[in-house]
Design a protein around this ligand. Structure first.
Ligand SMILES: *Cc1c(COP(=O)(O)O)cnc(C)c1O
Length: 397
């Protein structure tokens, strides 16, 4: 992560194809586009990469999560179970539909604890949203079983785990619906963009229509198309799709580089008895986009995090003290700071956040350091970096 580090002539060529004919929109203008359908081509490519029958490109990963939930019929008053450690997009996407995010504890996989999910299920629960944080995955089998038992829709946000797999299946392709982001800092990027992947034809057709104002996309006269139901505009542009097309073809190359860099740092840190690593479920292979490790306690993690920064080791995060990915600092959610009125149902549904504590999640996130693995590092740079990290950790314990 991130793919922009290795932009090349391949991306440039795809973008130039689009600029040559000037059709920046993914639908229509058949005569003008000289055979270039970048969004359609990218969908076909993603379908192969993610072993999924259907792919709908959209304008962002956040849009992908909203579109996925909407496509499965989730909306006002429905509860969606999600983890405390994730990106803000998870609850944004749920709340956009008038549904209620139910945050539950994570375990040592750094994502949903199946036991916490099980005990959060109510008569209003409609879906479980697993967020494959920082390049790895949750306990897929246990979560699938809970969804089957309670008849819940299983949604997988694989925005941060592009290229990882579980028992040979790409992450994002395992649940009923998978969501990807190709924003500027993801493993493959198209600037802004995302995708919903599924093997369920009905969900796919819903996603196709919903992300383009409800258009049925039958025939080639946009004005004559019918609207089987209401939709919005979450379209991706041809320019963005063109960049994504070049990037997805380079995914195996990116994953190889990530794996090399990750392995060098992991091996170095493994010499330290005080350092432990997140649990990856058996049969799982990380995407190697991040290396996550645990230190003995909060104080040590704080000390190490500050020293990493002081010594120029960028791209390492201590999410406990960071506003980005963890419930502890999401006051705008807890205080429901919305520009517009929020429905009574959602207000009531979110009251639990005023008082609920997440001691189990705190215990993991407090001790966790999450380091981004960059593509542009040379092997020499990674080795020097790993030694610096070891030295700092040793001095801090
Ligand atoms: C990046 C990200 C998103 C949202 O993607 P955008 O394209 O930035 O909207 C959603 N979930 C997770 C876990 C992410 O990392």
């Amino acid at each position: 992560m991130p793919g922009f580090e290795l932009f090349s002539d391949l991306e440039r060529k795809e973008v130039n194809d689009v600029l040559d004919n000037g059709v920046l929109m993914r639908y229509g203008f058949d005569g003008m586009r000289k055979g270039h359908w970048k969004a359609k081509e990218l969908e076909a490519e993603l379908s192969k990469t993610f072993h999924s029958n259907y792919v709908q490109l959209v304008s962002s990963g956040t849009a992908a999560v909203s579109v996925a939930l909407a496509s499965a019929g989730i909306g006002a008053g429905d509860e969606v179970i999600m983890p405390t450690f994730t990106f803000v997009a998870s609850f944004e996407a749920i709340m956009m539909l008038g549904a209620i995010p139910v945050l539950v504890d994570i375990d040592d996989t750094l994502t949903l604890d199946p036991k916490a999910v099980e005990s959060a299920v109510t008569s209003k629960t409609k879906a479980v949203m697993l967020v494959q944080m920082c390049g790895s995955m949750g306990n897929m089998d246990a979560l699938r079983e809970i969804c089957n038992t309670h008849n819940l829709i299983f949604v997988e946000d694989a925005c941060q785990a592009i290229g990882g797999s579980y028992k040979g299946k790409p992450l994002g392709s395992i649940a009923d619906l998978g969501c990807f982001s190709f924003d500027f800092v993801k493993t493959i990027t198209c600037g802004e963009g995302g995708a919903v992947v599924t093997n369920n034809k009905e969900y796919y057709i819903n996603a196709d229509h919903f992300s383009d104002h409800g258009h049925d996309h039958i025939g080639n006269d946009r004005g004559a198309e019918t609207h089987p139901f209401l939709g919005y505009n979450f379209r991706v542009s041809e320019l963005n799709a063109a960049v994504g097309l070049a990037q997805v073809r380079r995914l195996p190359e990116f994953i190889d580089i990530q794996k090399r860099n990750y392995s060098i740092i992991r091996e170095a840190l493994s010499q330290l008895p005080e350092v432990t690593f997140r649990t990856v479920p058996e049969g799982g292979e990380e995407s190697y986009a991040f290396l996550n490790f645990f230190l003995p306690d909060l104080d040590t993690a704080r000390k190490v995090s500050v020293k990493f920064k002081e010594h120029g080791l960028d791209a390492c995060f201590h999410y406990y003290d960071n506003n980005w990915h963890y419930i502890r600092k999401w006051d705008h959610l807890k205080d429901l700071k919305s520009l517009f009125p929020i429905s009574q149902e959602v207000k009531e549904g979110l009251k639990y956040l005023q008082t609920k504590t997440f001691t189990q999640s705190d215990a993991y996130i407090a001790r966790n350091i999450s380091c981004l693995i960059k593509l542009s590092w040379t092997e020499e740079e990674v080795r020097a970096r790993a030694q610096k990290m070891v030295k700092i950790i040793k001095e801090s314990i």
